[in-house]
Write a protein of this length. Structure first.
Length: 345
């Protein structure tokens, strides 16, 4: 059967507030734990490991909010892994949960400042309790997470809050946000913004437009549940997006890691590919970011090729077919044909 016969449907949702990593040397147990944790609202499994040595290397990079560590593992048990991670990170924000079939480890677990200790087999109620303790540790409530929106820049630029789409009021407002996010690292001067958005207006009128649009942008984002910080210093504007999911920023963060695909980070690759829902600022025709738009597209094509090759080499035929169907709406015809030919070779 041709791989093109497989169908794919993607349901895009708000990124959960709490990110979890699971470590257990038994694959069946790990898969079960991933299923139970993954079915819990407001928590996302961002990594699973059967090898604690590899987990020790990868967990600081993944920056999870909570770790589920199996206590009884050979070579390096969960207690030892937890101690080493605490030493490496020196970070009280990362919560640790120990998972075991034996109660005698409980005292040692809490000596390591674990937030919870749960017995196998893990159930949903135990995970809910873990989640509540993580929120308590982070001094936030579960209700707060439901007001945080997200910014979507791949494809048609829009905002989302609780899975509901919010359109911008004006094209200028869209482009102003695009400029600020694209220059989020070093900031952008008000003169650069004016030159791009209002070059045909007088300087006085342009500055007034800018101040008005900054005010309206803050108001629009606040209404969408997106907590932004907009700093103005020495004529430079810089946007900061604490606790806000932005597809472009998430994509950049993944690409900056320069990972080589393997079974442990496969889900990271799949999520990175799913972030790309179309060209950057699709249909807007922003001349000032044409080169960046092409650069992001080429990065996306490379990611798709890596993922397709992995599926092919590991005989993941269903996943390969799903991938082909998924990328059809956003990838150029010649690139799609090249990937299909390579997969069917």
């Amino acid at each position: 059967m041709s791989i093109l016969l497989f169908l794919y449907t993607m349901t895009r949702r708000r990124q959960p507030m709490i990110k979890a990593v699971l470590v257990d040397d038994e694959m069946l147990v790990l898969n079960y734990l991933e299923k139970i944790v993954g079915e819990t609202t407001d928590i996302e499994v961002i990594g699973t490991f059967t090898d604690p040595e590899l987990a020790l290397i990868e967990i600081p990079r993944l920056e999870p909010d909570v770790l589920f560590l199996d206590v009884d593992m050979p070579e390096m048990n969960g207690m030892e892994l937890g101690e080493k991670l605490i030493q490496i990170n020196n970070n009280d924000e990362m919560a640790i949960v120990f998972v075991t079939a034996y109660e005698q480890y409980a005292m040692h677990a809490f000596e390591l400042n674990a937030i919870h200790y749960i017995l196998k087999p893990v159930d949903k109620q135990s995970v809910e309790e873990v989640l509540n303790r993580v929120y308590k540790k982070k001094r936030i409530t579960r209700e707060e997470t439901k007001t945080v929106g997200e910014i979507c820049l791949f494809g048609n630029i829009h905002l989302r809050m609780n899975d509901s789409r919010t359109e911008f009021m004006t094209a200028k407002l869209e482009e102003l946000l695009a400029l600020l996010i694209m220059h989020r690292k070093n900031g952008i001067s008000k003169w650069q913004i004016i030159d791009i958005l209002w070059e045909e207006h007088s300087m006085e009128k342009s500055q007034q437009n800018l101040y008005t649009m900054i005010f309206r942008l803050k108001k629009t984002l606040k209404k969408a549940g997106i907590p932004v910080e907009l700093e103005r210093k020495n004529g430079m504007y810089k946007i900061m997006l604490p606790r806000v999911h932005c597809d472009l920023i998430a994509f950049d963060q993944f690409m900056d890691k320069k990972l080589k695909i393997n079974s442990q980070n496969l889900k990271d690759f799949e999520k990175a590919v799913s972030l790309y829902q179309g060209e950057l600022f699709d249909g807007k025709g922003y001349i000032w970011c044409m080169s960046e738009t092409e650069n992001y597209y080429q990065q996306y094509v490379r990611l798709v090729n890596e993922l397709a090759n992995y599926y092919k080499e590991n005989e993941c035929i269903t996943q390969l077919g799903d991938l082909i169907d998924k990328i059809k709406p956003v990838i150029r015809e010649e690139d799609l044909e090249s990937i299909i030919i390579e997969c069917e070779a």
